[in-house]
Design a protein around this ligand. Structure first.
Ligand SMILES: [Zn+2]
Length: 253
């Protein structure tokens, strides 16, 4: 008898496979990145119809296959349907999914945490009322996910001399993995000048949960949040084992 197992998983990407089937890349709570065959999922009346779309979180029953496992059943946990109603929600959600595709691994030992972070950010983006809320959720995701993958930026002390940054201006150095004193000279690297309030904002985003409203959630405006998102996006690209592709396409739309 073929071995079956269940897991919760979020769809990251799918490819057409033959007339009626799809191959779906997912991030699962138990096994990290997985690729499965979803038979008849392209048929409008098939039992998997709509369940294999990008961003949808399912509870799956999978059957072990020779090269790829087969989706036997899928029960929707959350379709995050509001993401599809708004291009900005789509953009930031695609970015989060792309991050998981690049950093995630098969049989990831942190799969539980990674799955929960992806689920939380998609949920928060889906429910957001404003663009700032969407970006703040994505910033929290960037900082938390990079921590799981071992590149958490240090914002409290200088990464060169270990002095406290305190209320001084500093620089974000990717090579040094966080902030450094403003007076350290780096020869070849582009750095970002950081106001002490931005440093405090980043520390708060790093530490607070998606659904807890902090002082900065009320204070942050679109300009500040976009600058921080772009800076962290560059940092994640710097740390990533793979190239970010689809975001560049999205940015041109
Ligand atoms: Zn220093």
């Amino acid at each position: 008898m073929k071995q079956k197992y269940t897991t919760n998983a979020i769809n990251l990407k799918s490819y057409d496979f033959g007339e009626a089937d799809k191959i779906v890349m997912m991030y699962s709570k138990e096994k990290g990145l997985i690729k499965c065959i979803a038979k008849s999922s392209k048929k409008p009346n098939g039992k998997l119809c709509g369940r294999m779309d990008t961003f949808v979180a399912n509870n799956l029953l999978l059957t072990k296959g020779k090269s790829m496992d087969i989706v036997s059943q899928a029960e929707i946990l959350n379709s995050f349907f509001r993401i599809r109603q708004n291009t900005e929600k789509m953009f930031y959600s695609m970015y989060c999914v792309e991050t998981i595709k690049n950093f995630g691994e098969e049989n990831d030992e942190n799969s539980n945490t990674v799955y929960d972070l992806l689920y939380s950010v998609l949920s928060k983006i889906s429910d957001s009322k404003t663009i700032v809320e969407i970006i703040l959720a994505t910033i929290r995701f960037q900082l938390k996910i990079i921590n799981v993958f071992g590149y958490a930026p240090e914002f409290k002390t200088c990464n060169i001399c270990k002095e406290k940054i305190g209320n001084n201006y500093s620089k974000f150095s990717f090579e040094n993995g966080g902030l450094i004193c403003i007076n350290h000279i780096l020869k070849y690297e582009k750095t970002y000048k950081i106001h002490p309030k931005i440093k405090d904002f980043l520390i708060t985003m790093q530490q607070s949960d998606f659904y807890i409203e902090t002082y900065y959630d009320k204070l942050a405006d679109i300009k500040v949040s976009k600058i921080c998102f772009d800076m962290l996006k560059s940092y994640l690209e710097y740390c990533s084992p793979k190239k970010f592709n689809s975001i560049k396409v999205l940015e041109t739309i």
